[in-house]
Design a protein around this ligand. Structure first.
Ligand code: PMP
Length: 385
């Protein structure tokens, strides 16, 4: 039969947020707090470097792993910022977004039948990525009672001790939770004890609002069993330039590079020029964006409390995760507020176990729109709750 689709691709359901985009298209006054991308423009110096590279015709492939100069900058950046020491020669690979890095890691490490534990709620791409690689998912729910941090109890009750890999994402999309060194320590111990490889998506590492980010890879005995993902989409507001990277032991990075060299060749060259400049000269802009996200975060949290929706104190990324009122599902509430008030938020269920009854609200939107959106949500609550 022609076009006989693979079981793998058919197993994965379409993204749960598509229906909301369709409803959103019916109105022309929708304020979207639904997207996970910065509203800021890429810092000018980075854009300028990309333009300059095009003007002189730097449009060839780069080394498969990414330009050496960029890997060196990344090594300095992660060492200075997060105490992560990686050799640019064979412990760093530059990819087309962190998305590609995550996918490469699954394909390099997962055999058919392997189990990948995922701390949830989490970014929507991990579960399909595991399935595309032939693995099986073990969902590990986190809850508001633990401020959406991962605990050993949660890992044990989900049976993650039997898993081969563990995926973490802190600061977290969609909850905004962060994990401190003290909270990561028992997770690291669990990973060592049960011989788990850890995939740690730290793309929001720069966006923390009460203290700096700790990478699980910096804890004792973890470097050799962890792959860290990061990228330029969030902190440097470069989503469309599609540039990310992975850090890990040579064994893992070389295996990922083997897949990458056959399937991608190299990450976008123009974006690599922008990224070198972003790391060289854009710290000030990043600090300013982080300060603005923090102001918005405080505003959104305090407005939800005034409105009477219970909201956990998100401390990282650019999301908060309020609870819907009793008697509502997240989907009903999100659909109602979109149809009646024209505000798009994402029901928490989309992000997996533990997300039920919550909404992901992105504050990567200007304060004026946030103000108007929160007023509209208040009207909806006054009329219906
Ligand atoms: N990881 C997380 C947790 C994300 O939220 C996103 C983007 N929404 C990505 C990875 C993908 O990032 P990139 O643009 O670098 O592929």
């Amino acid at each position: 039969m022609p076009l006989d689709l693979s079981d793998r691709v058919q197993t994965v359901p379409p993204s749960g947020i598509r229906r909301f985009f369709e409803i959103a298209e019916e109105r022309d006054d929708v304020i979207s707090l639904g997207v996970g991308e910065p509203d800021f423009a890429t810092p000018w110096a980075a854009r300028d470097a990309a333009i300059a590279s095009l003007e002189v015709g730097k449009t060839s492939y780069t080394a498969n792993r990414g330009k050496r100069e960029l890997r060196e900058r990344i090594a300095d950046y992660v060492a200075d910022g997060f105490d992560l020491e990686y050799d640019p020669a064979d412990e760093i690979i530059v990819t087309a977004g962190a998305s590609e890095a995550v996918d490469l890691a699954f394909r390099a490490l997962v055999d058919p039948g392997d189990t990948v534990a995922i701390a949830q709620p989490s970014y929507i791409s991990y579960e399909p990525g595991v399935i595309f690689a032939g693995g099986e998912v073990c969902s590990v729910p986190t809850s508001k009672a633990d401020e959406f941090t991962l605990t050993v109890e949660a890992l044990e009750s989900a049976g993650a001790d039997e898993a081969d890999l563990l995926v973490l994402c802190y600061p977290n999309n969609p909850t905004g939770a962060v994990m401190s060194e003290a909270e990561l320590e028992p997770i690291a111990e669990f990973a060592r004890e049960h011989d788990l490889t850890v995939l740690s998506d730290e793309i929001y590492a720069e966006l923390t609002y009460n203290g700096s980010h700790t990478s699980i890879a910096t804890l004792e005995g973890m470097r050799e069993r962890t792959i860290v993902f990061n990228g330029f989409s969030k902190a440097h507001a470069m989503t469309g330039l599609r540039l990310g990277y992975a850090l890990g032991p040579p064994k893992a990075i070389n295996a990922m590079n083997k897949i990458h060299q056959y399937t991608m060749l190299s990450a976008p060259t123009t974006a690599q020029h922008a990224a070198i400049e972003a790391l060289d000269s854009c710290d000030e802009e990043v600090r300013e964006m982080v300060a603005q996200y923090d102001r918005r975060r405080q505003f959104v949290l305090s407005r939800f409390r005034e409105i009477g929706l219970d909201v956990f104190e998100a401390k990282g990324a650019f999301y908060c995760f309020p609870e819907v009122p009793d008697g509502w599902t997240a989907e009903e509430f999100a659909e109602g507020v979109l149809r009646e008030e024209g505000v798009a938020v994402v029901p928490g269920d989309v992000f997996g176990a533990g997300g039920e009854g919550h909404l992901r609200v992105s504050y990567a939107t200007g304060l004026n729109d946030l103000r108007e959106a929160l007023d509209r949500i208040e009207t909806f609550v006054e009329e219906h709750v």
